[in-house]
Design a protein around this ligand. Structure first.
Ligand code: HAM
Length: 424
C-alpha cells in the first residue's frame, strides 16, 4: 500500500476536539482586545528577509538560526515570519497609518515559523495572538496593555493568581550601550565560567548571556551588574510610573532585574508572563512583549513610540487544564430516519432547523433505531427527531427528549418552537 508523506516535523494539524479549545481561546482574546479598542490586521506569512534582519536583529537566535529563509522564483530572499511585530510595523509605515489614526491599536492572530528544536510547547509552526499599539509613550499605556493581557488570560481560565507577570526596563539604547560595556567587562573577568555559546555572544549580543541556561553561567549571572542600576533618572522614573499604574489597576507583578528579551528592537519596559498552571513543563513563558520606541524610525517611518506583546496559543492551551472535549459544542438535534422514504421526509425538515441556527446531524446511512440512538448519544444530542411510515402518513415527527427520556409525536409545524423550548 502507498504510504502517505508525513506532515512537517514541529508543525501540527489541529483537529476536533482540540480545535474547539483553540476557538474558545481565540474568541476570548478577540472579545477582550476589541473591548480595549484594538482592531484586527492580517499581514502575509511571507516577507522579504531584510525586514526581519533589520527589526528582530541580525545577531539574534531567531534570525541567525531559526528562520525559514529561501529565494523565491524571482531570486529574492524571503522568510516565513518568525513573529508578527516586524510585519505590523512594515504595514504601519507603508500605509502611513499615523495620518489616519495617531494612536493605532492593532491585533493579529496567526501562525509564526521558527526552526527550533521541537518539543512540548515549542513548535516550528506555532500561533500567536499579538497586539501592537503605536503613537503613545505614556507609562499608563504600558500598564493598560499588561492589564489587558491579564484580563484576557483570566477570561480564558487562567486567573491572575496562576500567573507571574515579570517586568524589567531596558532603558534607552544609549543607556543600554553603557550597560553592555559594563557587562562585557564583567564577563571578561570571568571568561573561564563561560561556555562556548556565551563566549560567542560576548562579541555579538552580551545581554543574551543573562538568559543562558548553562549552570556555571547561571551562577555567574547572579553577580553580574544589574541593568536597572545603570539606567538614568528618566528611565527609572518612567519604570516606576508603569509599576504604580499597574498597582492601581490591581495587577500583581514582579521586578525581574535579569529579564532580557530575545529580539533586538526593545526599549524601556519589557515583560513576560509565566505560569505553573496546567501541563507546560519547561516552556512556561506563555507571552512576552515590551516597548520598541525606536523601531518605526529604524525601518524608515517617522519617530513613533510603540508597545506590544504576543501570546503563544499552544502554550496557553497547555496551561489551561480543562480537556478539549469540554469545549466541543454538542449536537442539538439528531435526526433518525427509519428508512429511505423517512430520510427524504426528514431532510428538508432538518434543513429548515439548520437555517434557524440549530446544530443538527442527520443519519444518511440507515441502520437500526438502536444504532442510530447510540450515535445521537455519542454526539451528546439534546433531542432526537424520529420518523418512520407512521409519522410520514400523519405529517408528524416523534420528538425524543434525550435528557428526560420522554417522547411525543407532534405535527411537523410544532417542531421548531418545541426545539427552541428544549434548548432554552
Ligand atoms: P516572543 O517572546 O519571541 O515575542 O514570542 C512570544 C510568545 O510566542 C512566547 O512567549 C511563546 O509563548 C510563543 N512562542 C515563541 N516561540 C515559540 C515556539 N517555537 N513554539 C511555541 N510557542 C512559541 C515575540 O514574538 C514578539 N513579536 C512579541 C511582541 C509584540 N513584542 C512587541 N510586540
Amino acid at each position: 500500500m502507498a504510504e502517505v508523506p508525513p506532515g512537517v516535523k514541529g508543525m501540527n494539524d489541529i483537529l476536533p476536539p482540540e480545535v474547539s479549545k483553540w476557538q474558545f481561546v481565540e474568541e476570548k482574546a478577540r472579545g477582550v482586545l476589541e473591548s480595549f479598542a484594538f482592531r484586527e490586521v492580517r499581514t502575509p506569512a511571507l516577507e522579504y528577509t531584510p525586514l526581519f534582519v533589520r527589526s528582530v536583529g541580525e545577531v539574534t537566535d531567531v534570525v541567525e538560526k531559526q528562520m525559514y529563509t529561501f529565494d523565491d522564483r524571482d531570486g529574492r530572499s524571503v522568510s516565513l515570519r518568525p513573529e508578527g511585530t516586524a510585519s505590523a510595523v512594515r504595514a504601519y509605515i507603508e500605509r502611513a497609518q499615523w495620518t489616519r489614526e495617531p494612536v493605532t491599536r492593532w491585533y493579529y492572530v496567526g501562525p509564526m515559523f521558527r526552526h527550533e528544536r521541537a518539543q512540548r510547547g515549542r513548535l516550528r509552526q506555532f500561533h500567536q495572538i499579538g497586539a501592537e499599539l503605536f503613537g503613545v509613550d505614556a507609562p499608563s499605556v504600558d500598564a493598560e496593555v499588561i492589564a489587558m493581557l491579564v484580563t484576557m488570560l483570566g477570561d480564558m481560565g487562567l486567573p491572575a493568581a496562576a500567573l507571574e507577570v515579570n517586568l524589567n526596563s531596558l532603558g534607552e539604547p544609549e543607556e543600554r550601550a553603557a550597560y553592555r560595556e559594563a557587562l562585557v567587562a564583567f564577563y571578561r573577568r570571568h571568561l573561564e565560567a563561560l561556555d562556548e555559546d556565551s563566549r560567542r555572544r560576548l562579541e555579538t549580543n552580551p545581554l543574551r548571556i543573562l538568559d543562558s541556561k548553562t549552570p556555571e553561567v547561571v551562577a555567574l549571572n547572579a553577580n553580574a551588574p544589574i541593568l536597572l542600576d545603570t539606567l538614568g533618572d528618566g528611565s527609572r522614573a518612567r519604570f516606576d510610573a508603569v509599576r504604580k499604574h499597574l498597582d492601581a489597576l490591581g495587577v500583581r507583578h514582579n521586578l525581574h532585574a535579569r529579564l532580557v528579551r530575545g529580539l533586538d528592537y526593545y526599549t524601556a519596559t519589557i515583560f513576560e508572563i509565566t505560569t505553573a498552571a496546567g501541563d507546560l513543563g519547561a516552556q512556561n513563558t506563555i507571552c512576552g512583549g515590551g516597548r520598541y520606541d525606536r523601531l518605526v524610525a529604524a525601518l524608515g517611518g517617522p519617530a513613533t513610540p510603540a508597545i506590544g506583546f504576543a501570546l503563544g496559543v499552544e502554550r496557553t492551551l497547555l496551561a489551561i487544564a480543562e480537556p478539549a472535549e469540554n469545549y466541543e459544542p454538542a449536537v442539538s438535534v439528531f435526526f433518525v430516519p427509519m428508512d429511505a422514504a423517512a430520510l427524504a421526509y426528514l431532510l428538508p425538515i432538518c434543513h429548515r432547523l439548520r437555517a434557524a441556527g440549530i446544530r443538527c446531524e442527520i443519519e444518511h446511512r440507515g441502520g437500526s433505531m438502536k444504532s442510530q440512538m447510540k450515535r445521537a448519544d455519542k454526539l451528546r444530542s439534546r433531542a432526537a427527531v424520529i420518523a418512520g411510515s407512521n409519522e410520514l402518513a400523519s405529517s408528524t415527527v416523534t420528538l425524543k427528549d434525550l435528557a428526560q427520556g420522554t417522547q411525543t409525536q407532534i405535527p411537523v409545524a410544532d417542531l421548531e418552537p418545541k426545539i427552541h423550548q428544549l434548548l432554552d
